[in-house]
Design a protein around this ligand. Sequence first.
Ligand SMILES: [Mg+2]
Length: 183
Amino acid sequence: MNKAFFLDRDGVINHDKAYVVKKEDFEWLPGVFDACKRITDSGYLIVVVTNQSGIGRGYYTEQDFADLTHWMTRELQGKGIPVAGVYYSPYHATEGIGHYKKDSECRKPGPKMILDAANDHNIDVGQSVMIGDNPTDMEAARRAGVGRMVYVGKKPLDDDAGVAVADSLLSAVNKVLDNPATA
Ligand SMILES: [Mg+2]
């Protein structure tokens, strides 16, 4: 089976400017390419799991998101970093419009994006890692049974059981891969 790093997008890969959808607004965080290269070189898959309620709220379309995702993954690919999958949830329980108004298990803290990715890519979640900047990222990982979690956010965590802390994606990746059993 494969093992993976599940990465949140906004606030982990790029600056979270709220509802980023244009590549001009997509600002890579420092160290992201080095972090992703190390993940790849260590034999893990990279899977992005991102809440995108901006779609459900009508701020942008699924096609807009797909276009940005295509650009983002091509930039990474060009640096020798393949992305196995990008999973997103367009729903929001109260603010979604039409069929996007839904309390979905896809939307983190629901575990479904992670579980779907695991199923699609034959990933052993227990041997995998989640890195996120929102408490809901940690909760989604916990519910999915992800083995290790690293939090790079600012909001206090209600439940920090099993969660390591780092200040960036690169330091999170280094923490995990430098400490195979304990980070
Ligand atoms: Mg985030």
